[in-house]
Design a protein around this ligand. Structure first.
Ligand code: TXA
Ligand code: MG
Length: 333
């Protein structure tokens, strides 16, 4: 899809397009690329000047570290100084896949990648286009989610184009992301595994392999921009409401003359509803897959208020509930 007046930056992942992406990485430029979680904004992780461009275009504070994406777990030794046995267990089970490990960084990792910290985030995406790109490139790709700082992560190539327009001339199109929310981040630099961000690999899956539930994050944790209270946020005021409270909240907003969008788990809208009704899946994984695309759609629908039906508090829904809490934080004010 091309937006009038804009160069068409989206490219199908042909051999030529991948070669072009590799060339851009080698010359210190940025690219947009798909992963199974969300789209990434990539730069050569060994090139400090290239990584600085990520912070500039995203508007992200320099002290927030970025994850390094690698083709193969055989490459870890170059980037991490030490790999604890428990980290190895997770790698064996979940790599490639939606998991990021925080490990002590090697000398090779430029400071700008880690925000000056001694630890590096490593991830092995399973998306076939990310895999091909990483293999052809041969190095590590530093990449945050391909959105402006604090905004909803992109799950299609078009979302990335909508974020950056002409500022990002090459986006590889790998279709809609399968997982739809970001990777699970587990920190192995403080003894027991610490869960910094719930995500595509569930806490139950981690616990099964580790033999214990990873510890929750404490105040002393390293900086994680995704842990700011307001993050992944639509521009439109967004509120999380219990299922039974949607109708009253809707009616109150209508009385106040506000146009309302609803993100529900079911198609069952009430009779007097006039607004934009969207639904995500009934299970956490199908819901996660659609969540960001639906939030973006509602954000662009010209409504004054987005009401999100609160999903179950069950552990399965931990990552989804985490993102919804952050997306709706502003709405509480
Ligand atoms: O699924 C994902 O992880 C996606 C795709 C593109 O791989 N990436 C992603 O990156 O979500 P980003 O930068 O939007 O979020 C990564 C989070 C940030 O909050 C960052 O602060 C944290 O990971 N992080 C990265 N390196 C870290 C480190 N060395 N120590 C602690 N936190 C780190
Ligand atoms: Mg992000």
């Amino acid at each position: 899809m091309t937006t009038p007046g804009r160069i068409n930056s989206i490219r199908a992942p042909s051999t030529d397009a991948i070669a072009l992406a590799v060339q851009r990485l080698r010359t210190g430029e940025l690219i947009g690329f798909p992963t199974e979680t969300v789209y990434g904004l990539g730069a050569d992780a060994s090139n400090a000047q290239a990584v600085v461009k990520i912070f500039a275009i995203k508007g992200r504070p320099a002290n927030h570290p970025v994850i390094v994406h690698l083709a193969s777990t055989a490459d870890i030794g170059r980037w991490a100084r030490r790999i604890p046995p428990a980290a190895r267990l997770l790698i064996e089970k979940f790599a490639p896949g939606p998991l990021t490990l925080i490990l002590p960084k090697s000398e090779y990792v430029p400071d700008v990648v880690t925000g000056g910290q001694g630890n590096v985030g490593l991830r092995f995406p399973s998306h076939i286009v990310a895999q091909r790109l990483l293999r052809e490139f041969g190095g590590g790709i530093a990449a945050p989610s391909a959105n402006r700082f604090g905004r909803v992560s992109p799950t299609t190539a078009q979302h990335v184009a909508d974020e950056f327009g002409d500022e990002l001339p090459l986006i590889l199109d790998g279709g809609p992301c399968d997982v739809g929310i970001e990777s699970t981040i587990v920190d192995f630099t403080r003894g027991a595994a610490v869960l910094l961000r719930p995500g595509g690999v569930s806490t139950a899956q981690l616990a099964e392999v580790l033999g214990y539930t990873p510890l929750p994050q404490t105040g002393k944790s390293p900086r994680v921009s995704g842990s700011l209270p307001s993050h992944y946020a639509p521009k439109t005021a967004t509120q999380l409401v219990k299922p039974f409270a949607i109708a009253p909240a809707y009616r109150a907003a209508r009385l106040a003359g506000r146009k309302v969008g609803v993100l529900a788990r079911s198609a069952a809208r009430f009779d007097d509803f006039e607004g934009v009704w969207r639904q995500a899946g009934p299970e956490w994984s199908s819901y996660a897959r659609l969540l960001y695309a639906e939030l973006r759609l509602l954000d662009a629908a010209g409504v004054d208020l987005i009401l999100v039906e609160e999903p179950p508090a069950a552990i399965d829904w931990q990552a989804v509930n985490d993102r919804l809490r952050r997306a709706t934080h502003r709405g509480k004010r």
